[in-house]
Design a protein around this ligand. Structure first.
Ligand code: DC
Length: 224
């Protein structure tokens, strides 16, 4: 059966990874969370006190970073490893969320991540979510979805998710983090978040997960 590349870009916390995981499962495709790569790089920079305003320090640090994904049958997810350590969960912390957009805006960091992402899509049969997947990583992808949802709905969803891990997190904290990331991600010079011309807009503010999955599956049917 013909295999395609599906890209899902969009604003922070609008459910990209939920949809991407569901689609990958239905299609038997690999799901790759490209944001996890930027988060893992940020984690490395924070742990090793890298001064990311210094280009040389960034290049030296990137030389010491090996990222790979490993499928975990229990979670049915490709989990991210930083220098052979599973960091899938620790990269979701607020400490990383606060800095990741800044790190993801560094051109050398993007070159490093995008090169590996392109390689992962060589055999197709992949669903990748992020910010620049349909514009920069796979400009020729067969199906590009751009997701959005109302800000307050996004904050509420992320707040409920983060509260499970960290009961002290506040709604305001989550809101300012999302606003800050949206702003940084969409205004950076290299590969800013923007909808590809041939992407299909999916606003899920008023959709259930089932409805959004049906919408995307319908689009895939048309491509296969
Ligand atoms: O999808 P996420 O929230 O885990 O992504 C974390 C950050 O990484 C996000 O604020 C922007 C950045 N990112 C990016 O610049 N390009 C991508 N393809 C994916 C994520």
């Amino acid at each position: 059966m013909k295999k395609i590349i599906v890209t899902i870009d969009g604003w922070s916390s609008c459910g990209k990874s939920t949809l991407a995981k569901q689609l990958a499962k239905k299609l038997g495709y690999v799901y790759i969370d490209s944001g996890a790569m930027y988060r893992a790089i940020t984690l490395y920079f924070l742990r090793n006190h890298i001064d990311w305003s210094n280009e040389n320090d960034v290049l030296n640090a990137l030389n010491c970073i090996r990222l790979h994904f490993e499928y975990n049958p229990e979670t049915q997810l490709a989990e991210i490893f930083l220098n052979n350590e599973n960091v899938e969960y620790v990269i979701r912390d607020m400490v990383v969320a606060e800095k990741v957009s800044e790190v993801a805006a560094i051109p050398a960091v993007r070159t490093f991540a995008v090169q590996q992402q392109k390689y992962m899509g060589e055999k197709k049969g992949i669903v990748m979510d992020g910010r620049d997947i349909g514009t920069t990583v796979f400009p020729n992808a067969e199906l590009k979805i751009f997701m959005t949802a109302d800000m307050l709905i996004r904050v509420e969803r992320r707040f409920l998710e983060m509260q499970i891990k960290n009961p002290n997190v506040t709604f305001k904290e989550v809101q300012s983090n999302l606003q800050m990331r949206d702003q940084t991600d969409s205004t950076r010079e290299v590969s800013p978040l923007k909808m590809a011309e041939d992407a299909i807009l999916l606003d899920n503010s008023k959709l259930t997960m089932e409805q959004q999955l049906d919408f995307a599956l319908q689009l895939i049917q048309e491509k296969l």
